[in-house]
Design a protein. Structure first.
Length: 368
């Protein structure tokens, strides 16, 4: 077979790169679900590796066991819990609607403050009335939008769970293929670079697990001190939900506040709504300590980066790309620094990353 000359290879490579970038721009809406699927597979993969190593099952069998067990748990746990809380949630929603109605009645006429200032809040009351009507009975003109949004969400959910399985089962071959794309003389360097990046991501995973355990323990102790019924379960949920920045802790405290609003405290002799405010105040203190100090400290120690840099990076990523950005910014930033360091070493001729031969990846299929 005749080899292409160097200029022609450069032209073809540039065309392929341009086509790839154009496709990424065109399909940018699909990138976030794919990244999310890859991250979920990364979280599940250690369980696959452990099961395969301990039982000597094939990777495919281990992936099937872990993957379908996770799917069953994701479906079974909400299905089992929802009937117990449905009546309570319905009651809370009705109480909120009644409270809105009372507030609407209170602001239906101008309010005088000390005879000096008159506040006309009727526009606010009208807005609350519209919100209440929309909550009780969705508008017909929004039905199509609701169906379309639900359908799109269901399709993306299906794409994510299928891609998670593909990433789990095919990752060894995908990894080997990407390493073999490099020229023969550089494959050892690429394999070593992959090894260093993998160490960063595994350290990040250990840091996340440690953060979840600490947050779960702290909230369990806090809810127990406040006498919240089911403090242990609520604390465990707070730890698990820590994996999802911002929304996760908010859902955890919403559950705790809902329990307090319905059941009250076991020992605090105050009305339920006051205990609920105390719970929310404690949550604000603890979650800010976690966001400002604990999370940057643990993540910084895990990936060997400055805690202040971690804190700023998480804030910026949250603003720019929401939850997914906050989840991935730490390992992505650490990986980028490793790649930049490698490139500088190669450009300056300071040596190469020591690593094993890429052939070891083909022999050890059970590792990630």
């Amino acid at each position: 077979m005749r080899r292409w000359n160097l200029p022609f290879r450069y032209v073809i490579g540039l065309l392929v790169l341009t086509a790839l970038l154009a496709f990424m721009v065109y399909a940018r809406e699909a990138l976030e679900p794919l990244v999310l699927a890859a991250f979920i597979a990364y979280l599940i993969n250690p369980a696959v590796a452990i099961l395969s190593a301990k039982t000597r099952l094939s990777r495919r069998t281990s992936v099937n066991l872990v993957y379908f067990t996770s799917i069953v748990l994701i479906i079974a746990i909400p299905a089992a819990v929802t009937p117990f809380f449905f009546d309570e949630l319905t009651g809370v929603a009705q109480d909120l609607l009644d409270l809105l109605a009372q507030f609407q009645t209170a602001v239906a006429r101008p309010v005088s403050v000390l005879g000096l200032i008159t506040l006309d809040l009727r526009l606010m009351g009208a807005g609350l009335a519209d919100f209440q009507a929309a909550f009780r009975k969705p508008l017909p003109e929004n039905a199509f939008w609701l169906i379309e949004s639900t359908s799109r969400g269901a399709i993306w959910f299906l794409v994510i769970i299928v891609c998670v399985y593909l990433f789990l089962s095919e990752w060894p071959r995908m990894r080997d293929w990407m390493i073999m794309l490099a020229p023969v003389q550089f494959r050892s360097d690429v394999a070593g670079l992959y090894g260093r990046v993998r160490v960063v991501w595994m350290a990040y995973l250990r840091g996340q697990i440690l953060l979840m355990l600490i947050v779960g323990l702290i909230f369990t102790i806090a809810w127990t001190i406040l006498g919240i019924p089911g403090a242990f379960v609520l604390g465990v949920l707070a730890g698990l939900f820590t994996l999802v920045p911002d929304i996760g802790p908010l859902l955890a405290v919403a559950l705790a506040m809902g329990v307090v609003l319905l059941e009250g405290s076991n020992w605090i002799a105050l009305p339920n709504y006051l205990v609920t405010l105390i719970v929310f105040a404690v949550y604000l203190v603890l979650i800010n300590l976690k966001n400002i100090w604990l999370r940057p400290f643990i993540m910084g120690r895990s990936v060997h980066m400055n805690e202040g840099v971690i804190f700023v990076a998480i804030l910026v990523a949250t603003i720019l790309n929401g939850i997914l950005g906050a989840l991935l910014v730490v390992p992505v930033l650490a990986s980028a620094l490793i790649v930049i360091e490698f490139l500088l070493q190669r450009v300056l001729g300071q040596g190469v990353i020591t690593g094993v031969s890429p052939r070891r990846f083909s022999r050890k299929k059970n590792r990630n």
